[in-house]
Design a binder for this molecule. Structure first.
Ligand code: CA
Length: 221
């Protein structure tokens, strides 16, 4: 899962990024509204954490533009002031949720899980498919009720597949969800981790769609 964080306060941004990385999200961090617009136009994010008071272009303008383009990316807005007017204009501009500063990182993580869950069309906190279940809150993965140990990257890849069930995922989409900017990519990462996941969770779990990519679930070819 790859997130865009838009926050101009260095200290706060650093803390939020660290908190989200701890939850195994790949996080790109930009510090003004113009950089946010460029990032949103050039990358495939799973969600965005958006501060409202930003240099160059304010958060509401970024959000309105995004929604104006028909982009339904889940957006959690951060407001500095606890005013009803701010929350109302944020929600009216298309935010899915908001948090008032200062907030607890645990609450941000929980709200992010809820946003991603709703975006995946699920009301249950646990993602499940074919005997495999994944709980984003505890990061517990089980196969037929038995816990399975995954590395951070294996977990991140499985999380991506479980939130895009029955959808084709290309190698570059999967790579984008694993790595934030500036993180060094290992070669053949996606293939290697899919191999590991198949060994741990069953050879049939993730299908290779020749020439296109991979898919969790759906009819066989
Ligand atoms: Ca700000």
């Amino acid at each position: 899962m790859r997130l865009l964080l838009v926050e101009d306060d260095a200290l706060l941004g650093d803390g939020i990024r660290a908190g989200l990385k701890l939850a195994d999200y790949a996080v790109d961090w930009v510090r003004d509204g113009e950089a946010a617009r460029l990032a949103l136009g050039s990358h495939d994010y799973d969600a965005c954490v958006l501060d409202l008071g930003l240099p160059k272009k304010d958060g509401l303008a970024v959000l309105r533009e995004l929604r104006g383009q028909g982009n339904n990316l889940p957006v959690l807005v951060l407001t500095a002031r606890d005013t009803h007017a701010d929350k109302i204009s944020g929600l009216d501009a298309g935010a899915d949720d908001y948090l008032t500063k200062p907030f607890d990182l645990g609450e941000l993580q929980a709200r992010m899980r809820a946003l991603l869950r709703r975006a995946a069309g699920s009301v249950s906190p646990t993602l499940a498919h074919d005997g495999v279940s994944l709980d984003p809150a505890s990061k517990l993965v089980t196969l037929n009720g038995q816990p399975v140990t995954l590395s951070a990257r294996e977990y991140a890849l499985l999380h991506d597949f479980m939130t895009h069930k029955n959808q084709l995922r290309t190698r570059s989409q999967l790579e984008e969800s694993l790595y934030a900017w500036g993180e060094e990519k290992e070669s053949n990462t996606v293939e290697v981790y899919i191999h590991h996941l198949r060994k741990k969770l069953g050879a049939e779990l993730i299908r290779t769609i020749r020439g296109f990519g991979y898919r969790l679930g759906g009819d066989s070819e």
